[in-house]
Design a protein. Structure first.
Length: 322
């Protein structure tokens, strides 16, 4: 966790923007019986990392989150009371795993709000949820529609495990060897359907779909290929990493191509100069429908530090760090 926070600060300095979140984990990170001590450690780490950023000339605040235990776990309440109560102002969101219904979101939101009120913090923390079971996929649209939910992530390994052996273990990984007949996470129908349902629900309600991990972390080409497929084929706009070496390949895969950024910048700047009236660019008509698309290209370029500091479209992203 310490190394991840240090790497986030390093890449923020390099790119001039915070290009990835760090999620401090309580669910899988805490040893059984040591949940309370782990929660206190996470709260201290988040607070120290956030406060340290105030003393460094960073161009963007760090994005630090925490994954607490599931709402039906005995440690959930104490996780929230400890971490949100002590470090709520340092967090960008709280991730809740094993969410299966809107009731789970309501329960989590009430616990977060109660902890924040007791700490006298005027903050409303967004909730990120992990979709990890067949029932969660059945309810994914209602979950995505909840106003406190900001992002949905797919929990691949738990999803496969929830099928009682009906999905082979190969679906937890990648078919990097190209083996005939091997169903991996991009070819098993149940897994692919779950990913598509999550992405579609997120786009329907304006939430962020975040793709699951790739466990083959020693193969950067496989990581980048998986990220490309997640973004270009399945509609995800973010992706989890489990190792520092995965971050740059993922950023590269989700960043728009240089020529796409140049085209988007040209069209949006011309549209802005024309007060968003229809325009012709290279003999092609563009109006507000295509403007929205090219604006989204610029947003992705900005988030992934692919928009040059000298690009005229930077004027749309000019802001001061508070």
């Amino acid at each position: 966790m310490v190394k991840s926070l240090a790497l986030q600060a390093e890449l923020t300095q390099e790119f001039g923007i915070c290009v990835f979140d760090v999620t401090l984990d309580c669910e899988d990170g805490a040893p059984v019986g040591g949940e309370s001590d782990h929660a206190n450690m996470v709260a201290d780490l988040a607070t120290k990392a956030f406060n340290a950023s105030k003393n460094v000339a960073l161009s963007a605040w760090p994005r630090i989150a925490v994954r607490v235990h599931a709402v039906d776990h005995p440690a959930f309440t104490s996780d929230v009371e400890t971490i949100v109560g002590k470090a709520g102002a340092s967090l960008c969101h709280v991730m809740v795993p094993k969410v299966e219904s809107v009731d789970d979101i309501d329960c989590a939101a009430a616990a977060l709000d109660s902890a924040l009120q007791r700490s006298v913090m005027p903050v409303c923390l967004p909730i990120h949820v992990l979709i990890e079971s067949p029932l969660a996929v059945q309810n994914v649209a209602a979950i995505a529609a909840h106003p406190r939910v900001q992002s949905l992530s797919f929990g691949l390994m738990d999803f496969v495990s929830a099928h009682g052996g009906a999905i082979p273990s190969s679906a937890m990984g990648l078919n990097t060897a190209g083996s005939d007949g091997m169903l991996d996470q991009f070819s098993h129908p149940l897994v692919v359907r779950a990913k598509l349902d999550i992405a579609a629900a997120c786009h329907a309600y304006g939430k962020v779909p975040s793709h699951c991990v790739v466990t083959e972390f020693k193969n950067p080409l496989a990581v980048q290929a998986a990220a490309l497929q997640a973004g270009r084929t399945l509609g995800f706009t973010r992706m989890w990493s489990i190792h520092p070496d995965q971050i740059r390949p993922i950023l590269s895969a989700f960043a728009p191509a240089e020529q796409d950024v140049a085209q988007a910048s040209r069209i949006i700047c011309l549209a802005h100069a024309s007060d968003w009236a229809p325009i012709s660019v290279d003999g092609v008509l563009h109006d507000r429908a295509s403007f929205r698309y090219f604006w989204q290209v610029l947003e992705r370029a900005h988030r992934t530090a692919k928009l040059s500091l000298h690009d005229p479209a930077q004027l749309f992203f000019a802001q001061s760090v508070q």
